[in-house]
Design a protein around this ligand. Sequence first.
Ligand SMILES: [Zn+2]
Length: 125
Amino acid sequence: MFQIVGLIAAISAIVTMSRRRGTDIVLWGGLALCGFLILEYGGAAFLHLRGLDDDLVFAAVAGWLWIGAIFLYVRFGIGASKPKSWGMWTCGECKYLKAANAIVCEACGKPFVPRVGKSSSTLGV
Ligand SMILES: [Zn+2]
């Protein structure tokens, strides 16, 4: 039971983070879920067939490590080269307040625009 609740929480965290990073939420959420199921259940079946029932915990650990790795990649890998905010920021389009780790607006899909660059280009004209 805890496993299912934890899995739902972890997948929704990855989906939320994917949306903030402006990447494909179905791809990353699905990749995390499929990888987890393959490692956890495929790994457990493999260990069971080999008669290694004492090591079944490693299949679950591998599944959770996979989820953790996906989350960290989406959080820190994707969009690492894109402009990002150092704190909470407001979307210029819909005025919705965004978290610091968001690089696109979840509401309208507009990417984060550094305020300094925007005002200096206006002054240059
Ligand atoms: Zn917006």
